[in-house]
Design a protein around this ligand. Structure first.
Ligand code: CP
Ligand code: NVA
Length: 300
């Protein structure tokens, strides 16, 4: 049987995603009670990261250890992929040795190539186009705060990047409305704007996007790989900071989310991220619980 990959949220059905979020909540409660579910003793997960990571790496390694498995972290600095061995050959070889491959890389096509040559599940730990694991934790967090997210409204303010793209996919799959406010030149990918036009509204004005929203989300203005554009982006995104005045336009009880790492004083003010509406630490913790549920779903 072909391996089940998780390259983007749409690799799972709406029903599977709803079940996954409910299971993640159960696993979180069990974890808080001090229970360990040793489901995968002796099984091995390879984690191949071509970009930096704190949360994704730590949460996958901790999750897999809690489930009884062993994880191996592979950096391109140390493996032959970094010296020019092909993605195809690396995937063929690694997937003969391990039970799952968690991959963080640059182009989404590179991840798809990996998956096409892997006989075990490949999980997207972030590409330039999507960050689906982040959304599993984000929806779990939003659900914990407001119950069912169906019919609610979220606002994403900032760069139309990988995290924004995964929020767009989530809007359809979880049944909420998303408003995205970005500068003209930093809009989400055109194909995704078209594909999600029924549930995602693209705006210029952060105030209009946030008006009455239940959740306000932002992310860095310069993603990994865009470091050279930092100055130009800081100029382009002036006026897109999520600050207290912007949050005041959201619904009463609205939450603030950020995948982290954050830059206080750029995409978000310290007052907001460290304030009472911010749920970013629960959001980070929820990576652990949501990814356990994902691993169970993919590995059975
Ligand atoms: N949110 C997130 O993916 O963080 P890391 O880059 O630290 O993994
Ligand atoms: N958009 C950011 C997310 C980091 C988790 C990046 O790609 O660098």
């Amino acid at each position: 049987m072909a391996a089940r990959h998780f390259l983007t949220l749409t690799d799972l059905s709406a029903g599977e995603l709803a079940t996954l979020i409910a299971r993640a909540a159960e696993l979180k409660a069990a974890h808080k009670r001090g229970e360990r579910q040793v489901r995968y003793p002796g099984r091995v997960m390879a984690m191949l990261f071509e970009k930096s990571s704190t949360r994704t790496r730590a949460s996958f390694e901790a999750a897999w250890t809690h489930l009884g498995g062993h994880s191996m972290f592979l950096s391109p600095r140390d493996i032959q992929l970094g010296r020019g061995e092909t993605v195809e050959d690396s995937a063929r070889v690694l997937s003969r040795m391990v039970d799952a491959l968690v991959v963080r890389t640059f182009s989404h096509e590179r991840l798809e190539l990996f998956a096409a040559h892997s006989t075990v599940p490949v999980i997207n730990a972030l590409t330039d186009r999507f960050h689906p694991c982040q959304l599993l934790a984000d929806i779990l967090t939003w659900t914990e705060c407001h119950g069912d997210v169906r019919g609610r409204t979220a606002a994403f303010v900032g760069d139309g990047n990988n995290v924004c793209h995964s929020w767009m996919e989530a809007a359809r799959l979880f049944g909420f409305r998303l408003r995205v406010a970005t500068p003209q030149n930093y809009r989400p990918a055109a194909d995704l704007q078209t594909a999600y036009a029924d549930c995602v509204e693209i705006l210029d004005d952060p105030k209009a996007a946030v008006a009455g929203a239940d959740a306000v989300i932002t992310d860095v203005w310069a993603s990994m790989g865009q470091e050279d554009e930092t100055a130009a982006r800081q100029a382009a995104f002036a006026g897109y900071e999520v600050d207290q005045a912007l949050m005041a336009r959201a619904a009463p009880g609205a939450i603030f989310m950020h995948c982290l790492p954050a830059h206080r004083g750029e995409e978000v003010s310290a007052e907001v991220i460290d304030g009472p509406q911010s749920v970013v630490w629960d959001e980070a913790e929820n990576r652990l619980h949501a990814q356990k549920a994902l691993l169970e779903l993919l590995l059975g």
